[in-house]
Design a protein around this ligand. Structure first.
Ligand code: GDP
Length: 459
């Protein structure tokens, strides 16, 4: 453990409560790399940074200074660059210093230990971003977008996160919120000055604006649901009679041999789940055991699991082949389709059974790769991806808040039509409060711990 030096002039920043404390962490991932960064934020950051490199005068603002970081006894720790961002023009809005050193774990540990000795304390996960939020540098939706950008595994997800970070969604929320405030002002006036009488032209205008607002809230929810898929992945259940080539298709999509391909029907007893990227979207492929009624206990369990997985999937990919009779299975598949589920029907073994000219159905040959690109396009389309446009990477809590705001807006409209202004005002307030939770304006405390604890240290 690191013992803190007491009495060091630099070590006094911690006195002014949690937010006055100076925090530090290695901001780059553990392990070896060309560069690693120790980040320091808080009132004493500049003093600690200067002390780290043994500099007496002030650090220049936003200019890289090449220097040696030294231990308390003057021993050399690492040769690197020191950067100083004076408050409030920094990521956290506080005094921030970064030391960019060589990316060796021991070297960085040495620098961090020295920084802690000089009075900083180790940052909690997400604490830098949390401070940025508390200092008004970001709103909550943007802070979440940072976490999403770090977590993003596909290009499309990264782009959507970047859009969130840019504040596009936050600005839309702010505009809707402003619109609600204007409506509230009007309704409050109607309540306070009833003798003026309600101007019916204005009342009509209010109803129209409320309807437009409810629609906009709905549009964001639709876009958000797509974003949720982008974050969590689209589930595609591969179904069909035994021996049509489901496992072969899974392999073709995954690009390596995973599921067992066999000549015998009913061998895919367990559920095989593979994550692939289809046109930039994360996709979970579920190879389901052959939907064949069976007396074999193990196989029955497989069939049951297949049914459950299929019910949950966003897309059902029905594989058929000319050499397999599948009438019974077809009826079963079609009758168990869930509401909102998309069905893609695909014919396999095109290499052995060439499709007739002018064929409109989707044909593939899992074994040769023929038609796989078209099938991927069909999957992306069915998943609701709008080509070229990255969607907004929603979280469930955003969708819930938008739905709540929409519901309140519609309710407000109903009260408005009935001339029940007090009740209308109440619903408008509720709608605005729901929107406020998205950006962290309303009731942030309950959300903060939950959201920032999921970050990595140094972020
Ligand atoms: P599953 O039972 O639906 O998972 O089917 P499999 O993937 O195990 O394949 C069943 C049989 O169909 C195997 O003998 C495969 O070799 C054959 N098969 C699968 N895909 C193709 C294809 O594209 N062309 C041809 N000619 N045969 C295929």
């Amino acid at each position: 453990m690191v013992s803190r030096e007491t009495g060091t002039p630099e070590a006094t920043g911690a006195a002014t409560g949690a937010r006055g404390e100076t925090i530090a962490a290695v901001a780059t991932p553990p392990g070896r790399g060309a560069i690693a960064i120790v980040r320091i934020s808080g009132n004493s950051a500049a003093a600690i940074g200067a002390a780290l490199i043994g500099r007496r005068d002030l650090l220049p603002a936003r200019r890289a200074v090449r220097a040696w970081a030294r231990a308390a006894d003057g021993a050399l720790l690492d040769d690197g660059l020191l950067l100083y961002f004076p408050a409030p023009h920094s990521f956290t809005g506080e005094e921030v210093v970064e030391f960019h050193g060589h990316g060796g774990p021991a070297a960085m540990r040495g620098v961090l230990e020295r920084v802690l000795e000089l009075g900083a304390r180790l940052a909690r996960p997400g604490e830098f971003t949390e401070r940025a939020f508390l200092n008004g540098k970001l709103d909550l939706a943007q802070a979440e977008a940072i976490a999403d950008l770090i977590e993003a595994e596909t290009t499309a997800a990264a782009r959507a996160a970047a859009r969130g970070l840019s504040g596009e969604f936050s600005r839309a929320v702010a505009a809707m919120s402003a619109s609600l405030t204007e409506l509230r002002v009007w309704v409050e006036a109607a309540i306070d000055f009833p003798e003026e009488g309600i101007d019916f032209v204005e009342a009509g205008d209010v109803a129209e604006r409320l309807a437009a607002l409810a629609e906009e809230l709905q549009r964001w929810q639709i876009a958000g649901r797509q974003g949720l898929l982008l974050r969590e992945g689209v589930r595609v259940a591969i179904v069909g009679a035994p021996n049509v080539g489901k496992s072969s298709l899974l392999n073709a999509l995954v690009g390596e041999e995973r599921a067992i391909v066999s000549e015998w029907p009913g061998t895919t007893r367990d559920l095989v789940r593979e994550r692939v990227e289809v046109e930039g979207m994360p996709v979970w492929l579920l190879d389901t055991a052959g939907l064949r009624p069976s007396t074999d206990r193990v196989e029955q369990i497989g069939v049951e699991r297949a049914r459950a997985a299929r019910a949950d999937a966003e897309i059902v990919l029905w594989v058929r082949a000319p050499d397999v009779a599948d009438e019974a299975v077809a009826a079963e598949i079609l009758s168990s389709l869930q509401e909102g589920q998309r069905l893609i029907e695909v014919w396999n073994k095109a290499d052995r059974f060439p499709p007739p000219p002018g064929e409109e159905r989707l044909w593939i040959a899992a074994q040769t790769g023929q038609g796989i690109a078209q099938l991927k396009a069909a999957i992306a389309e069915a998943a609701g991806r709008t080509p070229g446009e990255a969607v907004w990477l929603a979280r469930k809590r955003h969708l819930l808040a938008l739905a709540e705001a929409e519901e309140a807006a519609r309710q407000a409209s109903t009260w408005g039509k009935a001339g029940a202004w007090e009740l209308m005002a109440e619903e408008l307030r509720a709608a605005d409060a729901a929107l406020g939770t998205i950006v962290g304006r309303t009731d942030p405390e309950t959300l903060l711990a939950e959201i920032f604890s999921r970050f990595c240290i140094g972020k």
